[in-house]
Design a protein around this ligand. Structure first.
Ligand SMILES: [Zn+2]
Length: 158
């Protein structure tokens, strides 16, 4: 199934948000792409290939995971639009890391922590909105960018 331009744009914003959030969090990005495939049962689009994440970077990693699903909102995504490009698995992964790194914490506290990380991801994207949009536009034009490309797209004033 061919992807529509809207799906490509949502994916570009999703992956651009991940990439910018990784870099802001000090996690190296090797490559980001919106190359993907899809069928009736699943749509897998895009990917950020990142450098190794140290355990101490778990909070930054969680924020970057959650930033992906928030990214499409920068492009005016309707909130009930299905996030077909990994938003759910990103969230599950983030929740898993919160669980592993906070053994013994109650479920309510883990959920509260998840909200805190969502807030951080939203603040990060609000601050770096111009950068994310530039990366997303470049992904639409080129499909794949290197981490260096993403760094080079950072506006000079932030
Ligand atoms: Zn994602």
């Amino acid at each position: 199934m061919a992807r529509t331009e809207q799906e490509r744009w949502d994916t570009a914003l999703h992956e651009a948000a991940h990439a910018v959030a990784y870099l802001v969090g000090g996690i190296g990005v090797l490559r980001v792409t919106i190359r993907g495939w899809g069928n009736q049962h699943m749509q897998i689009n895009g990917k950020v290939v990142r450098a190794r994440v140290c355990p101490e970077q778990a909070p930054e990693y969680i924020v970057a995971l959650l930033a992906g699903s928030l990214g499409p909102m920068l492009g005016g995504l309707e909130l009930d639009h299905p996030d077909a490009d990994g938003g759910w698995s990103d969230r599950d992964k983030a929740y898993d890391i919160i669980t592993w790194t906070n053994l013994g914490m109650s479920q309510q506290d883990r959920v509260n922590l998840m909200f805190t990380y969502y807030h951080q991801a939203a603040e990060l994207l609000a601050k770096h909105r111009a950068w994310v949009l530039r990366v997303a536009l470049a992904l639409m034009a080129n499909t794949t960018l290197s981490g260096k490309d993403v760094v080079a797209l950072r506006p000079a004033d932030i």
